[in-house]
Design a binder for this molecule. Structure first.
Ligand code: ZN
Length: 161
């Protein structure tokens, strides 16, 4: 986590506590931290991804809540994915920006051919993206949860509504 692009001031304190995701490492998909809940009935396969960026714990909070409450899809399959594990495990609420990624932005690896490029540097994110790409490519719908530590428009006071 030495990318100088991540050396910027954090404007707001982190008030959320990132959940312990270690119970989700061992999964039923063959890929660590990727869990599939299968209703056994036909229907769409939906994927909800979290922590594409290690400094965005809201998705992990949502998936942790979902799994702890043992919700299940009524039909089809639901896959819950914790994506950038190495960055998330390094999360530091006092300097959250540093753990956005380890080597590079996980979200910038999904252009066609990037993950198959044999000449590409095998960064932490490149390796993890290759681990999850097969299951991501087979789903019908994907919801990718991100969160922000700043408002888009600081003069808009509707955020507290
Ligand atoms: Zn993000």
């Amino acid at each position: 986590m030495n990318d100088p692009k991540l050396d910027y001031i954090n404007e707001f304190p982190v008030e959320l506590v990132n959940p312990d995701i270690s119970p989700y490492k061992t999964s039923n998909t063959g890929v660590d931290y990727i869990i599939t809940l299968d209703s056994g009935l036909s229907g769409p396969h939906v994927f909800i991804s979290s922590i594409v960026h290690g400094n965005e714990p809201c998705g992990a909070l949502a998936l942790d809540w979902f799994l702890k409450n043992d919700y299940r899809p009524l039909n089809g399959k639901l896959t819950l994915g914790f994506m950038n594990i190495e960055a998330y495990l390094a999360f530091d609420p006092l300097n959250p920006n540093r753990t956005r990624w380890v080597d590079e932005d996980f979200n910038r690896l999904w252009t066609e051919g990037v993950l198959e490029d044999p000449k590409r540097k095998r960064t932490s994110e490149f390796v993890r993206a290759n681990e999850v790409k097969n299951i991501v490519s087979e789903v019908d719908y994907l919801l990718d949860i991100h969160s922000m530590q700043k408002t888009l428009c600081s003069s808009y006071d509707g955020w507290n509504a």
